[in-house]
Design a protein around this ligand. Structure first.
Ligand SMILES: Cc1cc2nc3c(=O)[nH]c(=O)nc-3n(C[C@H](O)[C@H](O)[C@H](O)COP(=O)(O)O)c2cc1C
Length: 225
């Protein structure tokens, strides 16, 4: 039998912008991209991303989702500008970012730089994906619960990986809540559709690459805590 598993310990995620069909390479180099080229993403690729999402498992295989993609400039700017004005430029966020960027903790500084980039760059993303819970019945019918999320966030992760595979950059965010009313108005969402994420997608103006994650020694236990 052929051993197809890579030597993970020695695996280094390639830094670059190239597409890949390799699952491990995609998983190891998929990272939050917050800078995009001014270049539209063909709908054929956006469809592939959603197709990958649609292969995810869900409670009782109910597939309680509809994915709305915004690639019309007027609509996506209505959403991204609302988010920038309401959250990015709010006094609280400005203060948080200013303080965070001076922090001694590098990870806090990076996070705050990331937050700032997100609000400033969002309008440049050529498309936004809005995954919506819809017809949710299993494992719960309450869209506000953790269990509801379990029936759609696997699809979201499939989409992030598929995008990485296609050479497209994404960043998972839960910023949709701050612009729920704008999304509902712009996208004509029915009352029983519930946006659960807001994911910009586009050709990256930053590189994919190695991510900083906790080592297995810290997070894995066999048989007992
Ligand atoms: C639930 C969730 C919410 C997030 N919300 C935001 C957000 O509002 N803005 C943002 O820029 N990134 C957001 N992120 C992206 C994370 O900051 C990012 O995935 C994490 O820092 C790891 O980054 P890396 O993959 O580049 O290492 C979110 C990620 C998750 C999973």
């Amino acid at each position: 039998m052929t051993d197809i598993s890579p030597d993970l310990a020695s695996m280094d995620a390639p830094h670059g912008r190239e597409p890949t069909n390799d699952l491990w390479e995609a998983m190891f180099s998929q990272r939050a991209i917050r800078y995009w080229k001014d270049k539209p993403v063909p709908r054929e690729l956006l469809e592939k991303v959603v197709l990958a999402g649609s292969k995810a498992p869900s409670g009782s295989n109910m597939q309680p989702w509809v994915f709305v993609i915004i690639d019309e400039e007027e609509k996506r700017l209505a959403v991204s500008n609302a988010l920038r004005d309401r959250v990015g430029e709010s006094e609280m966020m400005q203060q948080l970012m200013a303080e965070g960027k001076k922090s001694d903790d590098k990870s806090v500084r990076l996070m705050m730089n990331g937050a700032e980039a997100f609000f400033n760059q969002l309008g440049k993303a050529p498309a936004l994906i809005v995954p919506c819970l819809y017809n949710l019945a299993s494992p719960t019918n309450d869209p506000t619960t953790l269990h509801a999320g379990s029936s759609i966030y696997l699809a979201v992760q499939n989409m992030l990986l598929a995008a990485r595979g296609l050479g497209l950059g994404t960043v998972m965010t839960t910023a949709q809540d701050s612009v729920d009313d704008v999304l509902r108005a712009q996208l004509n969402l029915p009352d029983d559709a519930h946006p659960v994420a807001l994911i910009p997608i586009g050709y990256p103006e930053a590189k994919f690459g190695k991510t900083k994650r906790k080592p297995l020694s810290e997070i894995l236990r066999f048989n007992a805590w």
